[in-house]
Write a protein that binds this ligand. Structure first.
Ligand code: URP
Ligand code: ZN
Ligand code: ZN
Ligand code: ZN
Length: 489
């Protein structure tokens, strides 16, 4: 029989509109959204959402589950990471496929295996870490046959994932020709390498050396360079994990000039500051190590303001978790602390509390920043990111009057610490429906490994609309070449 759910009396919120209505779901799809739906059936699960918000499940644009990185592997896999996500109101994520020895297809095969554990829907981005004819051809296969329409280029992690400007240009051109979105990790990797040597020479080997070695200006430089090179190629660009005012201001400037640049802050960068890196306890300090670093207080507030002003477009997490024993690989040298923090379970709550509860954004903006904009940018809208007839039944019910509290002792991730330990706030996700199944209710998870679907994302993207015709772009600003005649004497 059909799986039927009727959500009654809540305020249904989309990115453009909110109204009190019922939502009726059959077999994983939303089939009606209107007031006073009556279903004459007794096998319908009815949920009363009076006084609560009924919203599209969160879509997290940036995660690293079961990633091999810095000599170890992130401890949340596609099951535990997704279970944590569902408990926090996120119903889909896009993870980064890391190539195997530079091979995109080998990386893709490995991630297809890892994702078999999935209990919610997911998509893939792909990192590009070297360049040759094979890689160029593999990018085309990923876009045309595998549903991957976004590629990440790392300007940092020298000696590992870092690429040259030459490769970035090749990659940007290829993305443009395929209609795929280029993404960058924007820090100057050569300068970071130099900064790290300086710290070690000064005898600064602890986690604070991580922040000191790669200050905001190096993120500003990487962001500015990537934006300018994308402008030169005239293709859209997505800046992942925007952590500083320096990077945000580059994005603001480019967008004001009409360039198609998207900026993604992550929840750690929005709500934390760098003080934890100076904690005398190594484990406590090391849990804050991620790249680009969590910045001094003031940056997070500015990023929040940029989100509410529309300078930045969506919120990710960069969920990339290593437990205390893994972090201890860098006990004598911060350069060996595996980089990454949690967020997949906390994002929806912290964005609500920090931005909606504080009055900085509206509830419709909340849906846009946590769900709809991600679905649009990565070409999954309105299947994802909306409560509309025909959309996937990925739905959350948030009670603005109940509260959440974050702790490693109660979260669902495998991580033994939590970078947001002790934070509490207003607004709790009480019910999560994913693929038409109630997976989170009464603080209990009911998840099934293997039930998540891979979401293919076709190459075309609204970001490309008329790009070579847009006024003021680089190509159009070139003057016509001069035709020269042979001189006659
Ligand atoms: O520290 C981080 N961000 N780890 C994950 C890899 C990346 O750069 O996104
Ligand atoms: Zn309406
Ligand atoms: Zn990165
Ligand atoms: Zn990342």
């Amino acid at each position: 029989s059909l799986r039927k759910i009727l959500i009654k009396g809540g305020t249904v919120v989309n990115a453009h509109h909110q109204e009190v209505a019922d939502v009726y779901v059959e077999d994983g799809i939303i089939v009606a959204v209107k007031p006073n739906i009556r279903v004459g059936d007794d096998d319908v699960t009815v949920i009363d959402a009076t006084g609560k918000f009924v919203m599209p499940g969160g879509v997290d644009p940036h995660t690293h589950l079961a990633m091999d990185f810095m000599g170890t592997r992130t401890i949340d896999d596609f099951f535990s990471g997704q279970a944590a996500a569902l408990a926090g109101g996120t119903t889909m994520h896009i993870d980064f496929v890391i190539p195997v020895n530079g091979s995109l297809s080998a990386g893709y095969e490995a991630y297809v295996e890892k994702a078999k554990l999935s209990c919610m829907d997911y998509g893939f981005h792909m990192a590009v870490t070297k360049w040759d004819e094979i890689v160029a051809r593999e990018m085309e296969i990923m876009v045309k046959e595998k549903g991957i329409n976004s590629f990440k280029f790392f300007l940092a992690y020298k000696g590992a994932l870092m690429i040259s400007d030459e490769l970035l240009l090749d990659g940007l051109k290829k993305c443009k020709s395929l209609g795929a979105l280029a993404m960058v990790h924007a820090e100057n990797g050569d300068a970071v390498f130099e900064g790290q040597k300086r710290m070690i020479e000064l005898g600064i080997t602890g986690p604070e050396g991580h922040a000191l070695s790669r200050p905001p200006l190096l993120e500003g430089e990487g962001t500015a360079r990537a934006i300018r090179l994308a402008g030169f190629v005239n293709t859209p660009l997505y800046i992942v994990h925007v952590m500083s005012i320096d990077a945000m201001e580059e994005i603001a400037r480019a967008r004001k000039a009409g360039q198609r640049v998207v900026g993604e802050p992550v929840v750690s960068g929005l709500v934390l500051d760098d003080s934890g890196l100076w904690d005398p306890d190594f484990v406590t300090a090391a849990k804050f190590v991620m790249s680009p670093p969590i910045r001094a207080s003031g940056h997070g507030k500015a990023l929040q303001a940029a989100l509410s002003a529309g300078v930045l477009q969506l919120v990710g997490t960069d969920h990339c978790v290593f437990n205390s024993t893994q972090k201890a690989m860098g006990i004598d040298d911060f350069r060996k602390i595996p980089n990454g923090v949690n967020g997949i379970e906390e994002r929806m709550h912290l964005v609500w509390d920090t931005l909606v509860e504080s009055g900085q954004i509206s509830v419709t903006d909340y849906v846009r920043l946590t769900s709809t904009e991600c679905a649009r940018i990565f070409n999954m809208y309105p299947r994802k990111g909306a409560i509309l007839v025909g959309s996937d039944a990925d739905i959350i019910i948030l009670n603005p009057n109940s509260s959440f509290e974050i702790s490693a002792s109660s979260h669902h991730s495998r991580l033994d610490t939590n970078v947001f330990e002790g934070r509490r706030g207003k607004g709790k996700v009480e019910v999560t429906i994913a693929g038409g199944r109630i997976v989170w209710e009464n603080d209990k998870l009911k998840v099934v490994p293997g039930s998540g679907k891979y979401i293919e994302r076709p190459p075309y993207n609204y970001l490309f609309d008329g790009i070579d015709k847009a006024e003021g772009n680089y190509l159009n600003s070139l003057r016509a070449p001069v035709k020269r005649y042979k001189a006659t004497t």
